[in-house]
Design a protein around this ligand. Sequence first.
Ligand SMILES: [Zn+2]
Length: 117
Amino acid sequence: MILSLMDVAKQKGDTEKQNSYWNTYYCQSNIISAEGKLYGKYCKNRFCTLCCSIRKAEIINKYLSIIKEWQEPYFVTLTVKSCKANRLKVMIVKLLQGFSIIKEKQKKDVKEIKELS
Ligand SMILES: [Zn+2]
């Protein structure tokens, strides 16, 4: 994927993005061993799957003590295209409605699974 993005950046002449994509392409490709430990360089780009997984783990650990108190935790991400400021209120209402539908479906699915077992 990153090589395809590199091609697009080259076509557009965007050298800043090309550098970012190269950093991601080589993310953790050189591992150095010193004093019994391994060291490498992370690119820290948002589109790097490795760096994103590390960032996600850090965020989960940050909230883990709170999440552990929940009875049935689920991780849900809702994404939409950005909208104009005058449509923001409507968009938030629609997202909350969507989240309610997801929650109700989840409750129904869990109930059906419990009834089957
Ligand atoms: Zn990376």
